[in-house]
Design a protein around this ligand. Structure first.
Ligand code: SF4
Length: 118
């Protein structure tokens, strides 16, 4: 049995939690509500993060186009996603929300432009 300490970031209370793991999450202690239990379980079994980055853009005043995943992305695949985004180059015009990379790494999560560039 492993114990992991973590702080819940779902609300400003910031409860300190202890998660007991033995192949799977066995217990969560220290959370003041059920949202903390869910956060601790998700964070332990399948942590997700919104990924923000940039890609090359041709024929524009700016050199890099800011992009982000449309929803939280598996944390374990973030570095692989960054490598893929290094190979991407887009051309103007680009509108905020345009899909830059569809179904990134087979996750069904798109990467979209975070700003408009004419
Ligand atoms: S466990 Fe509940 S009360 Fe505590 S920080 Fe998380 S959401 Fe807030």
């Amino acid at each position: 049995m492993n114990n992991k300490e973590m702080i819940c970031i779902v609300c400003p209370m910031g409860c300190r939690m202890t998660v007991s793991v033995n192949g799977e999450v066995c217990s969560v202690d220290g959370n003041k509500c059920d949202r903390g239990q869910k956060y601790a379980t998700d964070e332990t079994t399948n942590p997700l993060r919104t990924v923000t980055s940039t890609v090359r853009i041709a024929n524009a005043e700016i050199r890099r186009l800011p992009v982000k995943t449309v929803q939280a992305f598996p944390k374990g695949k973030m570095f692989e996603l960054m490598s893929v985004l290094k190979q991407v180059e887009v051309k103007t015009p680009v509108k905020m929300g345009d899909v830059i990379l569809q179904n990134a790494l087979g996750t069904n999560i798109d990467v979209v432009a975070s700003r408009t560039v004419k």
